[in-house]
Design a protein around this ligand. Structure first.
Ligand code: PGA
Length: 277
């Protein structure tokens, strides 16, 4: 493990889980750290006890925390975290506002439960449900229209990484999946290498830094100042044992966590590592 120097151009002042930073041009901006848990198709009423444990253990300077349970559990999760700073999100939404889409859920339905986020474009949706970048972009727009923050996921496959195509593939995915009008309030971007999801494999810190720095550059080019405030999460086998190292990267503003978000005892050390970063 090695320590990466923070960029000399940025002054970091920890404030309630927030980094207040100064750009080279002297503008101040904030990116609140964020830990998001993606329960995927896991969970039942019993798992609400884990949310109760998490709710009771957050300090005032904790990062922002979002848990995304399966849709039937959204209301229970909202109840289980009521009065705590933990927010709730959906794992996917349809691009349409309503209609004959059996099995799908509109963004407004997720918002009506009291949820504030929704994941779109997770690789398990892109691969398992043939979702294109255009579909993901439409879903993000639907999320915004419902007042939700979209967590837009992108990531390269094993073969793309092996072929040294990662940066180009990821840049193209970002540009095609991100709608115009993205802001720090309505959008979070999660970089999740497909080969790292659920496998226990993680990119090296140098690879994470390279990808996230490139993504920050893409956001700035596309969105100007708004690109400064959009949070970039890393996802893929984040665990209590590797979180602190991953969070050393300047442009990693938090994590999207799958397996390790199912137990408070695993998720809390990741939250703590982010708060300490
Ligand atoms: P994992 O999943 O942490 O279990 O690898 C991450 C994700 O798919 O969001």
């Amino acid at each position: 493990m090695f320590r990466v120097a923070r960029r000399p151009s940025a002054t970091t002042i920890p404030m309630l889980g927030t980094s207040l930073k100064q750009t080279k041009k002297g503008h101040m901006y904030m990116r609140r750290k964020l830990t998001a848990g993606n329960w995927k198709m896991n969970g039942n009423r019993g798992l609400m006890a884990e949310l109760g444990t998490l709710s009771g253990s957050q300090s005032a300077d904790a990062p922002e925390i979002v848990i995304c349970p399966p849709h039937p559990l959204l209301t229970r999760a909202i109840d289980a975290t009521s009065g705590s700073p933990i927010e709730i999100g959906g794992q996917d939404c349809h691009a349409a506002t309503k209609g004959a889409y059996t099995g799908d859920v509109a963004a407004s339905m997720i918002a009506e439960t009291g949820a504030t986020f929704v994941i779109v474009g997770h690789s398990e949706r892109r691969d398992g449900h043939s979702e294109s970048d255009e579909t993901v972009r439409s879903k993000a727009e639907a999320a915004w229209a419902a007042g939700l923050t979209a967590i837009i996921c992108i990531g390269e496959s094993d073969a793309e990484r092996a072929g040294n195509d990662t940066l180009q593939i990821i840049a193209e995915q970002l540009q095609a999946s991100l709608p115009d009008g993205a802001t720090a309030e309505n959008t979070v971007v999660a970089y999740e290498p497909i080969w790292a999801i659920g496998t226990g494999k993680v990119p090296t810190l140098a690879q994470i830094i390279e990808t996230h720095d490139m993504l920050r550059g893409e956001l700035l080019t596309r969105l100007g100042d708004a690109g400064t405030g959009i949070r970039l999460l890393y996802g893929g086998s984040v665990k209590p044992t590797n979180a602190a190292e991953i969070f050393q990267a300047e442009n990693v503003d938090g994590a999207l966590v799958g397996g390790a978000s199912l137990k408070a005892a695993d998720f809390q050390p990741i939250i703590d590592a982010l708060a300490a970063s």
